[in-house]
Design a protein around this ligand. Structure first.
Ligand code: ADP
Length: 258
């Protein structure tokens, strides 16, 4: 049985169908990217899995059970996490862990382990207001993992960071993926490629491609997607050099990949 099974997923806002008949699954231990330009439908899909948005059609199963009964098994890092600047990192995790009814001693140990894992062990007693953007993102990841979820979902976890901060978080996610099942959204192919076993390419609410980057290139003779990315020149250059793709047409901030 797959950990997450998404079948015939559909979302309409009025007559606008923003998610159209999407099917995919995630196995335990996989790291999967939802890749697509802004407005593709990534956040809407994530919010339906989290049971924040109602499904217009289709079904989502987590561990074989209806997802709306299973939300406590999901850890979530939103695109723009906000924190009380007057709390310390440790206080925040203690509070969040308390909400999950974790035994006090177990929680204390887990918080210390998590803070060390995300590299905040040395600043755990500092106010979150003094943390950098990257440190807040690390805290958000620790918060999402506090109740040991079966699935960690992150919405554009590195997009808002500067290049160095981005690299740091990608390295951290490489460690976390060794012990977690991850679904994360991004509009940057390079990040998906670096981290993920499987890539789901979404455009205008449709799932265009589902597979590893090599499968995607092998199986697709047609241009596979048009995507916007701030660092598009960088990754397209790499892909052409590695003979992974035949051609890339750049138009402004978008690329058509063949
Ligand atoms: P992404 O996360 O890929 O950037 P979203 O899922 O946020 O895309 O948005 C997909 C589409 O759904 C967009 O066209 C967006 O404008 C629309 N949309 C998202 N939320 C709402 C809403 N609450 N009401 C109406 N339209 C929405």
């Amino acid at each position: 049985m797959h950990l997450l099974q998404v079948s015939h997923l559909q979302k309409k806002y009025g007559s606008h169908e923003v998610v159209q008949n999407i099917n995919f699954h995630i196995n335990r231990g996989e790291c999967v990217a939802l890749l697509g330009p802004n407005g593709a439908g990534k956040t809407t899909i994530i919010k339906m899995i989290l049971n924040i948005n109602k499904l217009t059609g289709g079904q989502i199963l987590l561990n074989g059970k209806r997802h709306d009964q299973m939300c406590q098994f999901i850890g979530y890092l939103p695109q723009h996490p906000t924190f009380d600047p007057w709390m310390t990192g440790k206080e925040l995790l203690t509070f969040m862990g308390g909400l999950s009814n974790i035994d006090k001693e177990v929680l204390e140990q887990r918080i210390n382990e998590l803070l060390d894992l995300v590299g905040l062990g040395g600043v755990k007693n500092q106010l979150i207001g003094t943390y950098s953007g990257g440190m807040k993102q690390r805290l958000g990841i620790a918060q999402a993992l506090i109740h040991q979820p079966k699935l960690l979902i992150m919405d554009e976890p590195v997009s808002a960071l500067d290049p160095l901060g981005r690299r740091d978080i990608l390295e951290l996610l490489k460690v976390i993926k060794q012990t977690s099942t991850i679904l994360f959204s991004t509009h940057i192919l390079h990040d998906a490629e670096e981290l993920c076993d499987k890539i789901l390419i979404i455009n205008q609410g449709q799932l265009l491609v589902n597979g590893s980057i090599n499968q995607i290139i092998e199986e697709t003779q047609q241009p596979i997607f048009i995507i916007q990315a701030p660092r598009i020149g960088e990754w397209t250059h790499e892909l052409v050099n590695e003979d992974i793709v035949e051609s890339i047409e750049l138009t402004g901030n978008a690329a058509k990949v063949r």
